[in-house]
Design a protein around this ligand. Structure first.
Ligand code: PLP
Length: 394
């Protein structure tokens, strides 16, 4: 079917890339060893600190998010080291457990629910039992993109501090940075990993780290062989504004523009916008009589909502109908959630009318696909959106 108008890309990333960023990236490629490029790098690395809420160093790799996960491990650990990966969903498994095991790290995979964030009490019990401090790192996905549950990093950090456990805290913010409040320094995170294609409103292709002093110190004694991912080589080149290899020049133009956009809106407003859109989406689900997968209200994700299909109905068939009839892409169920949930992405460059259109598409799609539901979801969402940004009537 041929569709007019623009496609609705409502997966939880890659997200819609704003015109301003697309235009910034469409400039000619420059010499990545020349003065103009050095200025670009220096500007970007300085501007990224506040986005991670850190005063420490930030590293940018030309890679997908998974590359950033691998890079965090090989820079801080040594072959055979033990680490704890907290199960939250598909990404704790595929981006962390799986990668770590392939690197011959010894992974304790701490069982968790796919309907909640990582449990502070489970972490406490596990770390308390580790009296010899065999665990060298704890890995947590801040916002589990497969389930729509956000883990409370501050409470996990508190547990580690109370037990005086020296493990590094490594946090994946691929689907939360620049969308959900995240504080690298205040929460004493050692490595924060993210990717370019979600809250940062860029195409895929960059992974980024914020790095603590403790993680940098750990990197000095890490025995993993590494070259491309090596922080030391990267930081040495970055000092003069360059990279140890050819960087993703045009994505960096886009990154500078995206950071400007985030600063113009104000990070606090960006977080509030995402929270409002998430609340409106959940209101729609409640009115439709459809279950939101995340069952802990304090952990509802502000960037995506995973919606449980009624028994006997295929989430993938529903998504196929929405794509075919309405030209909208919704997120698929991943891992054990395949065909059981669909995910609505409401992050990145996004506004009230885009959300209204998205939810209208879901409501129409439910009807078209013959999925049992009550009407009124869009109306319930509009009630919230019509209160305006300050929460009151205009
Ligand atoms: N971690 C999380 C939480 C993700 O959502 C993703 C991708 O969506 C990744 C890691 C892996 O990133 P990429 O697909 O860019 O390699």
């Amino acid at each position: 079917m041929v569709h007019s108008g623009r496609h609705f890309l409502q997966i939880p990333g890659p997200t819609n890339v704003p015109e301003r960023v697309l235009r910034a990236m469409s400039r000619p490629v420059i010499d990545h060893r020349g003065p103009e490029f050095a200025q670009l790098t220096t500007e970007i690395l300085r501007a990224l600190g506040p986005i991670f809420q850190t005063t420490g160093p930030v590293v940018v790799f030309p890679s997908s998010g998974t590359g950033g996960c691998e890079a965090a491990l090989v820079n801080t650990l040594s072959p055979g080291d033990r680490l704890l990966v907290m199960e939250t969903g598909w990404f704790s498994h595929i981006a962390w457990r799986h990668v770590a095991e392939r690197l011959s790290l010894s992974v304790d995979y701490l069982a968790g629910s796919w309907r909640r964030g990582a449990s502070a009490s489970a972490l406490e019990a596990r770390l308390d039992a580790d009296r010899e401090h065999a665990l060298k790192a704890v890995v947590v996905v801040h916002n589990e993109t497969s389930t729509g549950a956000t883990s409370r990093i501050a409470s996990l950090r508190r547990v580690m501090n109370e037990l005086r456990h020296p493990a590094l805290l490594i946090v994946d913010t691929v689907s939360s940075l620049a969308s959900i409040d995240y504080r690298h320094d205040e929460w004493e995170v050692d490595v924060t990993v993210t990717g370019s294609q979600k809250g940062l409103m860029l195409p895929p292709g960059l992974s980024l780290h914020a790095v603590s002093a403790k993680a940098l110190a750990a990197s000095k004694s890490s025995k993993f062989p590494k070259s491309y991912w090596d922080w030391q080589a990267m930081q040495k080149s970055n000092q003069s504004g360059f990279f140890p290899y050819t960087p993703a020049t045009n994505l960096l133009y886009g990154l500078r523009e995206a950071i400007d956009m985030l600063n113009e809106e104000g990070l606090a407003n960006v977080f509030r916008r995402h929270a409002r859109h998430a609340a409106a989406t959940r209101a729609a689900c409640r009115a439709w009589g459809l279950e939101v997968l995340c069952e802990e209200p304090e952990e509802h994700s502000n960037t995506l909502t995973a919606v449980v299909m009624p028994d006997g109905h295929s989430a993938d068939r529903f998504r196929a109908v929405v794509l075919e009839q309405l030209d909208m892409s919704l997120g698929t169920g991943l891992g054990k959630l395949a065909d059981q949930v669909f995910r609505i992405g409401h992050l990145g460059s996004f506004n009230d009318l885009m959300l209204a259109g998205t939810l209208s598409g879901v409501e129409m799609g439910l009807r078209m696909a013959g999925v049992p539901h009550r009407s009124g979801g869009v109306t319930a969402a509009l009630e919230i959106l019509a209160k305006g940004r300050s929460g009151g009537d205009a």
